[in-house]
Design a protein around this ligand. Structure first.
Ligand code: C5P
Ligand code: MG
Length: 192
């Protein structure tokens, strides 16, 4: 198994690049944001609960997200590996992920962090909000709150993975294709 975390703030391009990477490397894509939105659309209780946090730009409690990821991994255990997009978002989630993968005799092989300036992130999110219908992309106050959550709870993961020599920063400004090339170069280096 080869398991990759695509790391970065909201709007960094994790979803966009994941779509290309899963095709290139035959990995399963796990976007916790997409899974939460699918739960909401299906009208499940988990979806209703999660929506209260998503609407405010806050993080959904660890136990909820971890349970959802566990189910996904178990359902896709024949996969040759996963790209985690938008997960883990906290150190507790990262620790839970390590023990889940351990059960499958697997580990996180690399964490690629897309680095994008904040002004560019806001621009991208507001633009996406025009077509995605995502309410949390349409309101600048909610976007700022998502950044706050990222700074407070998610950014510590950069040191968490750096200490394990797994974190690699990648320039996330510029053309989608050239960012994709940088990601592939980094992955190929880790895999060889
Ligand atoms: O990853 P994405 O940007 O699509 O997530 C959208 C929202 O879903 C986040 O702002 C947050 O409210 C919620 N979320 C979460 N925990 C995750 C992933 C997403 O709370 N691991
Ligand atoms: Mg996304």
């Amino acid at each position: 198994m080869f398991n990759l975390i695509l790391f970065g703030p909201p709007g960094a391009g994790k979803g966009t690049q994941s779509e290309r990477l899963i095709a290139q490397y035959q990995l399963a894509h796990i976007s916790t944001g997409d899974l939460l939105r699918a739960e909401r659309k299906a009208g499940t209780e988990l979806g209703e609960q999660a929506n209260e946090y998503i609407a405010k730009g806050e993080l959904v409690p660890d136990a909820v997200v971890i349970g959802m990821v566990r189910n996904y991994i178990v359902d896709h255990r024949e996969a040759s590996g996963f790209i985690f997009d938008g997960f883990p978002r906290t150190v507790a989630q990262a620790e839970a992920l390590d023990s889940m993968l351990h059960e499958f005799d697997a580990r996180i092989d690399a964490v690629l962090g897309l680095e994008v300036e904040e002004d560019e992130l806001v621009k991208r999110l507001l633009l996406r909000g025009q077509s995605s219908g995502r309410a949390d992309d349409q309101d600048e106050a909610t976007i700022r709150n998502r950044f706050q959550e990222y700074m407070n709870k998610t950014l510590p993961l950069q040191s968490f993975y750096s200490e394990q020599n797994k974190y690699h920063g990648v320039e996330g400004m510029g053309e989608i294709e050239s960012i994709f090339d940088s990601l592939c170069q980094q992955i190929d280096r880790v895999r060889s």
